[in-house]
Design a protein around this ligand. Structure first.
Ligand code: DSN
Length: 435
């Protein structure tokens, strides 16, 4: 009979009080403030348990049944479960669960589908694309030849006609869709048509919305894409990490691109945690969370719009919204700092055709996976919108503004504490202590 050896916080407090203090303070931060970062959510205690397991010690370069190390039986079991659960959840022919991050998954997808110097058509960073979609500061812009498509200056939606024109003009080897600050659904069928017309591969970077796909809250890219790269954290609520889904005929190329091309040994504790998260994501409760996440984002967006923050594209049909603050005369950078002071974590974000520098930005991005995981619904979104609006308008340089930010911080803490994500686990622990 085995016994589980898991995290022993008392030992950490005794042996390394400095790091134990950091971890405790982070628990407090997550418990006492509102998390509106669109790319974050809360992982379950089961996922955290797998992350803190002794699989962290194991080297398992290779794939199940074909490793470069002995002693991989348990590692094989964990990875086989993660792969089977990913394939079943997303209806994919093949899954690779080893990428260490979303960016690593995208790097491997490039390696599987293109050669250095090849033209790659992807959404420009200032329009919502990701660093790995051709930024000059990233491998994608240094090693490949990026061509950027934009959103329409009028509708702020992806201009599919421009995508097609650019594809016909540049004949890219690879077309990428998927974004980090685009609030609308993406027409994967249209991208597939364009890719087929020019003989390009279609890579969908689904990092932001794969959790919504799992919960059937938005359509799946899997039937349309050659390869889907994604993260396993964000709205999917797994451990920090990446994953790739692909068609059967690309399976070998994808696997070789992850290992040995881009990575060495997989993080087996993370792979086990991915398996746990993928099982959770197949549950009806997860579908309820994913769908409520979208409803919450829509409710929050309507309320923020009423406060003078213009939603880019006019709204959202995902987990996030992008708000243009120019009418309020507050920059994204100022808004982020004011909200942070008021106990609300969100990020400044460029809006399409932003006249401000990226480090200043004219907008903020908000997302609802975290607050929805905590059990909040439309009523709480109205309250949060009011708190965000007050914080954004409060100048910390003035006495009255600074006092208002302190008041908002108290209200944010009260609301966050009322919807504690880890409350059940804590109550269990308290009960165990009492027993
Ligand atoms: N950093 C992520 C985000 O916040 O959108 C993208 O990788």
């Amino acid at each position: 009979m085995s016994t589980f050896w898991g995290p022993d916080f008392a030992a950490l407090e005794r042996d390394d009080p400095e790091i134990a203090g950091v971890l405790l303070d982070e628990v407090d931060r997550q418990r006492d403030t509102l998390q509106l970062i669109a790319s974050e959510s809360f992982t379950s205690p089961a996922v955290l348990t797998a992350l803190g397991s002794t699989l962290a010690n194991k080297y398992a370069e290779g794939y199940p049944g074909n490793r470069y190390y002995g002693g991989c039986h348990q590692a094989d079991r964990a990875e086989e479960l993660a792969i089977a659960r990913a394939r079943s959840l997303f209806g994919a022919d093949h899954a690779n669960v080893q990428p260490h991050s979303g960016a690593a998954a995208v790097l491997a997808a490039y390696a599987a589908l293109a050669e250095p110097g090849d033209p790659v058509l992807a959404m420009g960073l200032p329009h919502g694309g990701h660093l790995t979609h051709g930024s000059k500061a990233n491998f994608s812009g240094k090693w490949f030849h990026p061509i950027a498509y934009r959103v329409s200056p009028v509708t702020e939606l992806i201009d599919y006609d421009e995508v097609r024109d650019l594809a016909l003009a540049h004949r890219p080897k690879l077309i990428i869709c998927g974004a980090t600050s685009y609030p609308r659904r993406i027409d994967f069928a249209r991208f597939r048509e364009i890719a087929d017309e020019v003989g390009a591969y279609l890579l969908v970077d689904a990092a932001h919305f794969i959790g919504l796909v799992a919960g059937r809250a938005v359509p799946s890219p899997v039937p349309y894409a050659d390869v889907v790269a994604c993260t396993t954290h964000k709205a999917l609520r797994g451990p920090r990490g990446g994953m790739i889904l692909c068609r059967a005929e690309l399976a070998q190329r994808v696997d070789k691109a992850v290992f040995p091309f881009a990575q060495g040994g997989p993080m087996m504790h993370a792979v086990a945690a991915k398996a746990v998260a993928l099982r959770e994501a197949a549950s009806p409760a997860f579908a309820g969370y994913a769908q409520q996440t979208v409803r919450n984002a829509q409710a929050l967006t309507v309320e923020l719009a009423a406060e003078g923050m213009r939603p880019v594209t006019g709204g959202t049909d995902t987990h996030l919204a992008l708000l243009d603050l120019r009418e309020l005369g507050v920059s994204g950078r100022e808004a982020e700092a004011r909200c942070a002071q008021a106990g609300i974590a969100l990020n400044k974000n460029a809006i399409p055709y932003d006249p401000a520098k990226p480090a200043v930005a004219s907008g903020i991005r908000v997302g609802t996976p975290s607050v929805t995981s905590q059990g909040m619904a439309e009523g709480e979104m109205r309250r949060i919108a009011g708190l965000v609006a007050t914080a954004v308008r409060s100048d910390p340089e003035t006495v009255s503004g600074s006092a208002r930010l302190a008041e908002v911080a108290l209200e944010a803490t009260e609301l966050a504490r009322r919807f504690r994500f880890y409350a059940d686990a804590e109550q269990d622990a308290e009960q165990q202590v009492l027993v």
